[in-house]
Design a protein around this ligand. Structure first.
Ligand code: PLP
Length: 390
């Protein structure tokens, strides 16, 4: 006899359609997506093997090569956030026992350490106080000491607002026979990057910051040199979802197979996010990379000037400050959390708080992608004038 089960209504909320506040997202990310990106994302989905969708994926690959300034054949988006693309670099390139040297100078360096360890790496670290960066000499000494298979650095450390100079690091890595892996999550689209010129072998980013899209479709690229290491692996890539050889077959970027008939299903792509990413990249190509980088620099300098006029000081030395993320010192006696809460609830502006060594000491202000505009700065400064104690 079949038992009659009754449906429980305990979790059955009676809701109205979505009605959320509109915020200006000036924290460490996400940033507001460009309105044209949001519009593109509302287009009706195609199938993930539809020739028209495959053509769109080809456009994404090309435009990602443009914004990164690389010719790497394997340059794709990972269906996931920046951390998924971060994990893709390590899952593919690290074999158990490989020495991976991580330059830690903020929160995301530690995330690389954690992830590399999970893939069996013999992880070594060099560290710097949060807000500082490594010199070429320091990196050379560390490479001499540790002789790693991979050196991993965060180009734009979102937890500190510092830009790690990368000129010369790729050459150094070649001298020591190691691969260079770089986190460009808070730099892509907003900070000058020349992946091929700088000899970067593995890089990843996100969609929700400098590219001005929503989170969830994250750029990932592998140089031919890194591809050789991956192809010579003795052990299977331990992560099925992020296996570059499987992903490459879907994206048509393995074996030069851009022909649609060779492309095979791997996972159901988040179709509408890819529409958004394609539109975000199209907008950057339309603006031109040089203009886009200059816009970020011009607007952040305006922000710095305005913040200093309010009597606030900035955490990072000017030479190494990011155009995308500024760490602002919270003045003595000011409750940083309360100010951020007031900005959010009274002015609909989000700014971030400090992490780790900088917890309670700084606010993090992002001007990225679509939000890198003078109007964003003006709105924030006007609100700060109201909420900061005199
Ligand atoms: N790396 C850096 C430098 C980041 O700033 C972030 C996120 O802000 C990540 C990695 C992780 O990206 P996500 O939060 O999109 O997973």
């Amino acid at each position: 006899m079949t038992q009659t089960l009754s449906i429980s209504d305990r979790q059955r909320l009676q809701l109205t359609p979505l009605d959320l506040p509109t915020r200006l997202l000036l924290g460490p990310g996400p940033s507001n997506a460009h309105p044209a990106v949001l519009q593109a994302m509302s287009t009706s989905p195609l199938g993930h093997l539809d020739p028209a969708f495959l053509a769109l994926m080809d456009e994404i690959q090309s435009l990602l090569r443009y914004v990164w300034q690389t010719e790497n054949p394997l340059t794709i988006a990972i269906s996931g956030t920046g951390s998924a693309a971060m994990e893709a670099t390590l899952a593919n390139a690290v074999e158990p026992g490989d020495v991976v040297l991580v330059g830690v100078k903020g929160y995301f360096g530690y995330r690389l350490v954690d992830m590399a360890g999970r893939y069996g790496a013999d992880v070594r670290t060099i560290t710097k106080p949060w807000g500082q960066v490594f010199s070429l000499e320091e990196l050379r000494t560390a490479l001499e000491t540790h002789r790693p298979a991979i050196l991993a650095l965060v180009h734009a450390e979102t937890s500190t607002g510092a830009r790690q100079p990368l000129e010369g690091v790729g050459e150094l890595c070649r001298e020591f026979g190691c691969l260079l892996l770089v986190d460009t999550v808070t730099s892509l689209g907003g900070v000058p990057i020349f992946l091929d010129e700088w000899g970067v072998d593995l890089a990843y980013s996100c969609s929700q910051k400098g590219l001005g899209c929503s989170p969830g479709a994250s750029p990932f690229t592998v140089s031919p040199r890194a591809m050789e290491k991956i192809q010579q692996r003795k052990t299977k890539i331990a992560n099925w979802y992020l296996d570059s050889s499987l992903l490459g077959k879907y994206w048509g970027s393995v074996g030069g197979a851009s022909r649609n008939e060779n492309r095979v299903y791997h996972h159901t792509a988040p179709i509408n996010l890819y529409y958004g990413l394609r539109e975000a990249l199209r907008l950057i190509a339309d603006e031109g990379l040089a203009s886009c980088w200059q816009r970020h620099q011009k607007n952040v300098e305006y922000l710095w000037e305005q913040l200093e006029d309010l009597g606030l000081s900035l955490h990072v030395d000017r030479e190494f400050r990011l155009p995308t993320l500024t760490t602002v010192c919270i003045p003595d006696g000011v409750d940083g959390k309360a100010i951020a809460h007031q900005l959010l609830t009274e002015h609909n502006i989000e700014v971030g708080g400090g992490l780790g060594e900088l917890a309670g000491k700084v606010w993090r202000v992002g001007l990225m992608g679509y939000n890198s505009r003078t109007e964003s700065v003006d709105r924030l400064i006007e609100a700060l004038q109201k909420v900061l104690p005199r």
